[in-house]
Write a protein that binds this ligand. Structure first.
Ligand code: ZN
Length: 510
């Protein structure tokens, strides 16, 4: 693009900042994978030093000098000859300014205070969860809520203070859009769950918990990742307590998994999930690295990729048509006599459960709605944090018909709030909905897609996603991208129809 020539000084400055961020990400990755346990304090200091440097560079005078040449720093209006540039260059400036403007709103004293408090809070959360003692965590949670409210004060908002938080993870998303979306979803999922729970047909799944050697599980997961098109020359998979994906560059994308000898599917589905995230990161344009156009669009779109692969592909019939014979051969000690139909039903078993990350495709979203309602009560209605454990249990009963015996399996189960990540959870459900809508479109455009998947050929789907979603980075808003790809805005009907079509035969629903 010609205009990128003119933007060269700004782009190379942004790349410098991004290299710093990548170094930070690598230190985080190391902390979760190979760092010796006694190195925590030194690592926290390294991270805080580099984070300070990156923040200073992204709002400093050099950044202002370079950006103000093309953009009015107060209003964000593109100016001068940049007004006539191609849409791509203007999108780049729009997004650079968006990041800059947000970062300058936060006093650096606040950024440091927040960093310290959240790191402390996360450590106490680990302890509180281990001891299942909410009272240990409560004072830190109170601090995190207060800090987020202070942050909202700096950032500002239009309708709901919660919107300012949502915007961090899903730009443009608001309470006003989410409330009706979630209400319509709940109204359709609740009766479906009711039918499934009361169906006389309930899939057997005990064989998933026999002895399955971890090395063999990892090798099988690697085989699936290779088939998906995960590029091991530009990425790797390691072990960590909580699976995640991180990227230092489109040419170096890391995923992690965890593996348990008595659980055949947990590691596999986490590999497929993180593999979906990784294909997005590997599919970003390396020439645009460091600029918003070389960055993932939002958490919701990111999650659409992981869930599309994990559920839409990994829990589908065509996928197992190809992979079940291989799996059965690999783990003959546990799977002998388990026919493909029985296995497929087990992989798709629906059951209200306590832990979000282990939830099935249907109930997962109910876990998200519970968190969304609690977060809004904290931020919009000043609900005291002490009320959380009982409110949690009440909502679990209301949404899923079960309640946890301990706070460890209840209000303390997720790390997000301990680090101040309020407004993050809704992106999981947005990702679920969007992933199905994308996959539906891919099947429409490529009628042979499922046939190819059944033959073990996943590359047509990967290429379709590269072309339609990955390569655009942040060029379009989420809503624009979804409309460009599927012809309409996010529509939960696709997701509901997909669940009904999947679960009706398994549970023999009328
Ligand atoms: Zn994910």
């Amino acid at each position: 693009m010609k205009t990128l020539q003119d933007l060269k000084p700004l782009v190379s400055y942004l790349q410098d900042v991004q290299h710093l961020s990548s170094a930070i990400s690598m230190l985080h990755w190391d902390q979760e994978t190979y760092m010796p346990p006694g190195a925590g304090r030194g690592r926290a200091e390294q991270l805080s030093a580099l984070e300070g440097l990156a923040h200073d560079k992204s709002v400093g005078p050099e950044m202002e000098r370079l950006l103000s040449k093309w953009v009015d720093l107060k209003s964000g209006q593109v100016k001068g000859e940049a007004r006539d540039w191609a849409e791509e260059a203007r999108a780049l400036l729009r997004e650079v300014w968006r990041d800059y403007n947000k970062a300058t709103k936060l006093p650096s004293e606040f950024v440091r205070r927040f960093g310290k408090a959240s790191s402390l809070s996360e450590q106490v959360w680990v302890e509180a969860r281990k001891k299942s003692d909410f009272s240990l965590f409560a004072p830190h949670l109170k601090t995190m809520v207060a800090l987020k409210k202070e942050e909202i004060g700096y950032i500002g908002y239009q309708a709901s203070p919660y919107d300012a938080l949502l915007d961090d993870y899903e730009p443009g998303m608001t309470v006003a859009k989410l409330v009706p979306l979630f209400a319509s979803l709940k109204a359709q999922l609740a009766p479906l769950l009711e039918k499934i729970v009361h169906s006389p047909v309930q899939p057997k799944a005990d064989f998933l918990h026999r002895a399955y050697p971890p090395e063999k599980q990892l090798a099988f997961g690697q085989q699936v990742l290779e088939a998906m098109g995960f590029d091991f020359n530009h990425g790797r998979q390691d072990l960590s307590a909580h699976p995640f994906t991180t990227s230092f560059h489109p040419t170096d994308v890391r995923i992690t998994t965890r593996v348990e000898a008595d659980d055949l599917l947990s590691s596999l589905f986490s590999s497929i999930h993180e593999g979906g995230h990784a294909l997005y990161d590997q599919g970003l344009d390396p020439d645009l690295f460091g600029t918003p156009l070389g960055e993932a669009l939002s958490l919701g779109i990111h999650e659409s990729q992981s869930r599309l692969w994990e559920n839409g592909v990994g829990r589908s019939k065509p996928f197992w048509k190809h992979f079940y014979p291989i799996l059965q051969k690999t783990f003959s000690e546990g799977l002998t006599g388990v026919d493909p139909e029985t296995f497929y039903a087990a992989v798709n078993r629906v059951r209200p459960s306590l832990i979000r990350v282990e939830a099935d495709e249907l109930t997962y979203n109910l876990h998200i709605m519970i968190r969304f309602e609690i977060e809004r009560a904290l931020i919009e209605e000043n609900l005291p944090v002490e009320a959380l454990p009982s409110l949690w249990n009440e909502k679990m009963r209301q949404y899923l018909g079960i309640t946890p015996d301990s706070d460890a399996d209840g209000v303390l189960q997720d790390i997000h709030w301990s680090g101040g990540a309020f407004g993050y959870f809704p992106t999981y459900t947005l990702g679920n909905l969007c992933g199905v809508q994308f996959l539906n479109q891919a099947k429409k455009e490529r009628p042979d897609l499922e046939e190819e998947i059944a033959k073990g050929n996943f590359l047509p789907l990967k290429k379709w996603l590269n072309e339609k979603v990955h390569r655009w980075g942040r060029r379009y808003s989420s809503d624009d991208l979804i409309r460009r790809v599927t012809g309409e805005s996010l529509n939960p009907d696709y997701f509901v129809r997909y669940l009904k079509e999947k679960f009706s035969p398994i549970y023999r629903l009328a």
